[in-house]
Design a protein around this ligand. Sequence first.
Ligand SMILES: Cc1ncc(COP(=O)(O)O)c(C=O)c1O
Length: 366
Amino acid sequence: MKVPFLNFHETHQKLKPELMKALEETLDSGEFILGSQVDRFEKAFAELMGADEVIGINSGTSALHLCTRVCNVLPGDEVITTPFTFMASAWCISYEKAVPVFADIDPSTYILDPAKVEAAITEKTKAIVLVHLFGQPAPMDEFVALAKKYDLKLIEDCAQSHLATYKGTSTGLIGDCGAFSFYPTKNLGGLTEGGLCVSKDKVLSDQMRLLRNHAMPDRYSYLDVGYNYRMEGFAGALLNVKVKYLESWTQRRQAIASRYVEGLQLEGLRVPPVLEHAPSVYHQFSVCYENRDALVNYLNERGVATGLFYPRPLHLQPVFEELGYQEGDFPVAEKTCGEIINIPVYPEMEDDQVNYVIDTINSFSG
Ligand SMILES: Cc1ncc(COP(=O)(O)O)c(C=O)c1O
């Protein structure tokens, strides 16, 4: 049996008539930048996550950048984040010429560890960028308490956590502001680049809305240094078609993950915990295994594709060489990079494929 790592081809074939209609409507309307399709998508996503409003952006990376801008992160400020994430979580710090400061992660959830963050706080610390990695909400009570205690801004990277909730509140609405991505492989994957910003604070939302469009409230007056971070009409139109299915796709991801949690029995394989107050939406299902490469080869040879997010922590990337970090600085993140395996989890997976993945992993003998 073959189990690809992702398979959205069939979904797109099934949705093709709807998708083509949405493209045609946009073409006919001439609303290529922002416009009514983007408005509709913003409303639909805001309603799903329980937000008053969200702001459609041209990518998750741009959305994160707007978050650092409205949190007033300035050159020389320190911003603490995780070394175990996609690089864009840290770009938003560098874009403002602030200093990324890394702290280690929790070995079971792979999420930034609040105790390690507290130890890294200095007088220069302005904000924390936390990542709800692989769809697992971060421990927000602890982070909110830290932000209060030290007067810090909390930026949530929700690129992988669509519809995930922490104690009933959607990620992105707990800290000061949040950024989502609609990169095609995400839980809500667009068919173009795409992202959005959200904040429960109307002042910040208004600022993000202004900054995404050149800080130009009306033609041609500019209130600030703005950006062209607008969502395109075609992006909004296509996302409008797919967003209707996001809840059911999320449930299917969670059902597959439950089968993995129950079924995976290989000794030494570490499976992420299931947190009732903060259920994961399983953008990835990630396990750790000491003899990782042998298990990966075994799975790949038997038709089970795997992912490897992330093979190298951010503090050891060439771009951050001047920050002076060394191997051994964040032992949990570094060990995780050497042991992580992402196994297939997507709504299109069939039950027999899920069983096959479980049986193949369990049959590995080292
Ligand atoms: C954790 C994380 N942050 C930020 C991003 C950036 O999003 P985008 O690719 O839409 O710019 C991604 C995804 O690519 C991501 O996985």
